[in-house]
Design a binder for this molecule. Structure first.
Ligand code: PLP
Length: 371
């Protein structure tokens, strides 16, 4: 059997370049607490992304939790069950009740048409996810948030570098939260960030991630420790030099998948959104068991036995985990589109260093599975 291929593999910068950054850290002995690399990375990242303010975090989940704290979100929050479990966990850790709303069937994002019906007097915010880096219906969702006086926080963990009509998707809503986990398009090993649009909010977020400290002696809130350290920030600065190349490699892989998989009965994939610069974070395919001749789980097992390890993102739905299963909005009858997508979806390997010959081999395997 050939070398196994996993759904992702982290992009890493050249080690000899990283050691130069490490030498600086060993020289100045500044390891954390808003050091020089942290400050430089926040600035360069904001420039790269085309956003006003970035607050760096030790990971995306703490950034989500802190974003909710920063806007004092309470009560109920409308969100999607079709995401990584951290989306809902960030609500739970704030004592907020997630209210799951169904997704739309093509891009698998929160269905804007179904949000209003889920709003109650306890609703204070909406937390949608740009799933797979496909953008949500941001204008429609903003209109609902404005009409009902709700905060809008995007879980943008998949949306690094995504733009619509030349504008960063991170500029929509009140806040957007990024993850720089090893498995994401852009990684700082672990890491994350909150994107905000005004200095006051940025300052408040920065207090909250550092125990609530405003200066040396004043603590203005029950903050947490969610700071990014200097080693991560240095690594991130270096990663920024290589991320465009990583995304264009991903584009090439995505294009080849589309070319080789376009006429397979019972296998569907998502075409790119119009006027969107995509990051090709994932390559999900959707398996119709009847037409394809094999179930999604059957395909997963078949691929595994041939050394190809895809992932069923997002199965099971968040609403099916024990913490959330008892909520009335978790009833499968409330979430038919998400339930179906979770049964059909299979994410194929995609990462910057994936060989195009391996993509061809994966496609040949898929074709032989359907027969
Ligand atoms: C990865 C991810 C997170 C969590 O980010 P971490 O940096 O791993 O804590 C949150 N939401 C979504 C949608 C994710 O994919």
């Amino acid at each position: 059997m050939k070398n196994p291929i996993y759904v992702t593999q982290p992009a890493m910068p050249p080690l000899e370049e990283f050691t130069q950054y490490l030498e600086k850290i060993w020289g100045n002995k500044i390891l954390t607490n808003n050091g020089p690399f942290h400050q430089q990375f926040e600035k360069e990242l904001a420039d790269y992304l085309g956003v006003k303010y970035v607050s760096l975090f030790s990971n995306g989940t703490l950034a989500l939790i802190t974003a909710l704290q920063a806007l004092k979100v309470t009560g109920e929050v409308i969100t999607t069950p079709f995401s990584f479990v951290a989306t809902a966990h960030s609500l739970w850790w704030n004592g907020i009740k997630p209210v799951f709303v169904d997704i739309e069937p093509y891009f698998c994002n929160l269905d804007a048409e179904k949000i209003e019906a889920a709003i109650t007097p306890q609703t204070t915010a909406i937390m949608p996810v740009h799933v797979y880096g496909n953008i949500c219906e941001v204008d429609k969702i903003q209109k609902i948030a404005d009409a009902y006086g709700l905060k809008l926080i995007y879980d943008a963990a998949h949306a690094f570098g995504v733009k619509v009509d030349g504008n960063s998707i991170l500029n929509f809503g009140d806040l957007s939260v990024l993850s720089f986990h090893a498995t994401k398009v852009f990684n700082t090993i672990e890491g994350g960030a909150i994107v905000s649009h005004d200095e006051k909010t940025k300052t408040r977020i920065d207090f909250l991630k550092n125990f609530g400290y405003d200066g040396e002696l004043r603590v203005v809130a029950p903050g947490i420790n969610a700071k990014m350290n200097e080693v991560q920030a240095a690594y991130g600065l270096l990663q920024l030099k290589y991320v465009d190349r990583a995304i264009s490699n991903r584009q090439r892989i995505s294009d080849l998948y589309k070319e080789l998989l376009h006429n397979i009965k019972g296998l569907a994939f998502q075409n790119d959104q119009i006027d969107v610069i995509h990051n090709h974070a994932y390559f999900p395919v959707f398996i119709d068991e009847q037409l394809f001749g094999m179930s999604r789980d059957g395909l997963n097992e078949f691929m595994k036995s041939n050394g190809v390890f895809g992932r069923r993102y997002f199965y099971p739905l968040i609403s099916q985990f024990p913490t959330y299963k008892g909520l009335s909005s978790s009833n499968p009858a409330n979430l038919p589109v998400a339930e179906l997508a979770a049964k059909k979806v299979f994410c194929l390997p995609i990462y910057a260093d994936l060989d195009l010959d391996d993509v061809k081999r994966i496609c040949t395997l898929i074709k032989s599975a359907g027969k």
